[in-house]
Ligand binder design. Structure first.
Ligand SMILES: *Cc1c(COP(=O)(O)O)cnc(C)c1O
Length: 235
């Protein structure tokens, strides 16, 4: 029998967080961007507190969820147990969940229609909380996907500001699953630039390095950190 191989001296990461951090650092270097200019949102949708707590333990503090109810069920306890957590809503928001979303989330990436702007403006008049807002752009103009059509983005952004008094920080996109993401990232960056928006929420497990090359300030990474999701949950 061969002697058992020595156990590694460096602590190994139980999740994919370390590998993702490594790839983000390299993508930033390649793009000559500061690592601090890119926020990693660990997308924990479908995973429960037992899966999430170790990733918090590894130092991750920014998390993304796509459903208000699911987030309400698991995050208040996690936030009570761990300081400094920021929660981002990355999935569609129904207007009747606006109150709960504003109370729980630090950012909302899915602003996509005037009725939601109206609901947000009403809620901001009632609650002191001001989650950072991103407008979702449906860059692939996919009928089943949420988001503003690229050609309507400028008008919608003006409406957000002038009609509803909302401060929009940036844009979000989810490229079509079967297309190269780069043109979609480029289009989103272009719309942001001409509207004076500095934040770009784009890039997921398969393409966050490309997104960083195109200026992403927020990458939303789920399966590369937590593993394959138990059930399909991408809107
Ligand atoms: C699920 C989800 C992600 C993360 O997807 P992965 O491929 O698991 O990294 C990112 N953005 C949105 C909007 C999502 O719903």
């Amino acid at each position: 029998m061969a002697t058992p191989s020595a156990s590694p001296l460096t602590p190994s990461s139980p999740s994919g967080l370390l590998a993702v951090e490594h790839d983000i650092a390299r993508a930033c270097k390649d793009a000559r961007r500061d690592r601090a200019a890119v926020t990693l949102i660990a997308v924990s949708k479908t995973f429960d507190a037992d899966d999430i707590a170790p990733v918090i333990g590894e130092g991750q503090r920014v998390f993304g969820e796509n459903r208000v109810q699911e987030a309400k069920g698991k995050w208040p306890a996690l936030m009570a147990a761990h300081s400094g957590i920021a929660l981002h809503l990355i999935g569609p928001l129904q207007s009747n969940k606006t109150k709960e979303a504003v109370a729980l989330f630090d950012a909302i990436h899915s602003v996509d229609r005037p009725s939601l702007c109206e609901a947000l403006a009403k809620e901001f008049a009632r609650q002191p909380r001001r989650p950072e807002l991103f407008v979702q752009i449906n860059t692939g103009e996919e009928p089943q996907k949420a988001g503003i059509a690229p050609a309507e983005a400028d008008d919608f952004l003006t409406q957000c500001r002038d009609t509803y008094g909302l401060t929009i920080s940036g844009l979000m996109c989810i490229p079509p699953a079967d297309e190269a993401p780069a043109p979609h990232f480029a289009l989103t960056a272009k719309i942001a630039k001409r509207n004076g928006l500095v934040k770009l929420s784009m890039g997921m497990s398969a393409d966050f390095a490309t997104a960083i090359a195109f200026g992403a300030t927020h990458v939303r990474v789920g399966s590369a950190i937590f593993g394959t999701r138990p059930k399909l949950s991408l809107e």
